[in-house]
Design a protein. Structure first.
Length: 465
């Protein structure tokens, strides 16, 4: 009697255990994930942010960095050095004896301490997919052979198209070259430019641009015979720069002032900024400089709306104090006609950025860089944002300087987005067909909706305006 009464309990316990272990397992092993991944990998993606150079940069890397008379690097070392692996973390430099073995043995210690970091794991698809090797178990001889294959690959003029367009299935990449679009001459056909406006907030005096010839609005004014005698003149020059940038194919504005100062942009009366205009930095105090910068940043937001060039703004992970996207709320509130695209999801303030997007329909969140900073937080952010606001306002980007690195972060982002959506389906919070549609939006369609000029750069004419 006692035994037979225990059986149903035992069976119930077993059922519960198997249910728990099914959810505790890797979502990537489920059929739902496999179906979503296959469908979403087939979506030609639009990468909203990269720093990749064009064919000239790749040729230069081959000639100077790997084949030069005095090589100070190799392809594998350079790839890691120019990734986010080295942000805040050391990596053994190329050794004085110029031997691969010396570098590899020293670098191993740094890799060992970073095996769980997303900045490391985002690079693994490069080796697995493009070279068929497991980077984590390479011997020194295998690593040396891998490096030789990588350097040989650079001789292939089709390499960028093969890796990014065919393998990663990226149709179009938005490139931030840090200069005015009219100075960008080295692009692959699958690239479009942004108009970088980071330095214009310092236009109180021409001396601010002494070392920034390619981002100098005073040089632009001189070249176009425009006066810059008053603050209004200066703002008119910025207006003209945007018109010209648009005419030369730029599709949006980009600012990363969060690396230079707080994102707390106050509304400043024109008279205050006029008192600063024309004076060199030595004659100004930090408060006056901030007021001028705030005044110009506000004008940039207005010009963004005027020229219909959406405003990509770096938020989160920069100077830590001041890079919280909440600092931008006044600017966003005061400029409802401007389309703000908050970069990096405000990392690590992903909940705060979600709140801003919930309240302001003119705010889009770009997850660019987020999975590379923390895959776990990235996945959580996708899920929370989809809980909070409409799915047509989330984008993604690869955000790297190297070809292979761009491949790695693209595949890592594709995986993170798919995994977040698959979890929502398995949790019965989303139907699979809606997860698929949302995945397409994040990977491609939202970029076209938020930045309409991108359509002019698509390969086919079918989606053009
Ligand atoms: Zn970037």
């Amino acid at each position: 009697m006692r035994i037979s009464a225990r059986w149903p309990l035992l069976i119930l316990a077993l059922l519960l255990t198997s249910a728990v272990s099914a959810r505790a397992g890797d979502v990537k092993d489920t059929d739902v994930y496999a179906r979503l991944k296959a469908s979403l990998d087939a979506v030609p993606a639009i990468d909203t942010h990269s720093h990749l150079g064009g064919p000239g940069h790749i040729k230069l890397a081959l000639e100077r960095d790997f084949r030069g008379e005095d090589p100070k690097d190799c392809a594998l070392s350079r790839l890691w050095m120019r990734s986010y692996f080295t942000w805040g973390h050391g990596l053994a430099p190329w050794p004085a004896d110029d031997r691969f073995e010396t570098w590899w043995n020293a670098a191993q210690r740094d890799f060992d301490n970073s095996r769980a970091r997303s900045a490391y794991r985002a690079m693994l698809p490069i080796f697995e997919d493009l070279y068929g090797v497991d980077f984590e178990t390479l011997t020194v001889d295998q690593a040396k052979e891998l490096n030789a294959r990588m350097e040989k690959n650079y001789e292939n003029p089709e390499l960028a198209e093969e890796v990014l367009v065919k393998r990663a299935n990226t149709e179009l990449m938005l490139i931030d070259s840090f200069v005015m679009p009219l100075h960008v001459g080295d692009h692959f056909p699958f690239m479009a430019s942004v108009c970088n406006v980071r330095w214009y907030i310092n236009g109180f005096h021409p001396s601010e641009f002494a070392n920034r010839a390619n981002a100098d609005p005073y040089a632009f004014a001189k070249h176009h015979d425009l006066p810059v005698n008053t603050l209004d003149d200066y703002v008119a020059v910025l207006d003209r720069i945007m018109a010209e940038a648009k005419a030369t194919g730029a599709v949006c504005l980009k600012s990363q002032i969060a690396y230079d100062r707080t994102l707390d942009v106050a509304w400043v009366p024109k008279e205050r900024a006029e008192q600063v205009f024309g004076k060199p930095r030595a004659e100004l105090n930090p408060g006056q400089i901030k007021e001028f910068q705030d005044y110009i940043f506000w004008r940039l937001a207005e010009l963004s709306a005027k020229h219909e060039l959406p405003f990509q703004i770096h938020t989160g992970h920069a100077r830590i104090p001041g890079s919280n996207p909440m600092n931008l709320v006044n600017l966003i509130h005061g400029n409802p006609r401007t389309r703000f695209i908050l970069f990096h999801g405000g990392f690590p303030w992903v909940g705060e950025s979600g709140m801003i997007a919930l309240k302001y329909p003119n705010v889009y969140l770009d997850s660019v860089w987020m999975p590379t900073l923390s895959y776990t937080m990235g996945k959580r952010a996708f899920k929370e944002w989809l809980d909070m606001f409409s799915s047509n306002r989330i984008m993604w980007g690869s955000d790297l300087f190297t070809l292979e690195g761009s491949y790695g972060t693209t595949m890592y982002a594709r995986q993170c987005i798919t995994e977040a959506l698959a979890e929502k389906v398995l949790d019965k919070e989303l139907r699979e067909e809606d997860a698929l549609r949302i995945g397409r939006q994040i990977l491609r369609e939202n970029a076209l909706e938020a930045i309409p000029l991108l359509r002019n750069h698509l390969k086919g004419g079918a989606e053009k305006q």
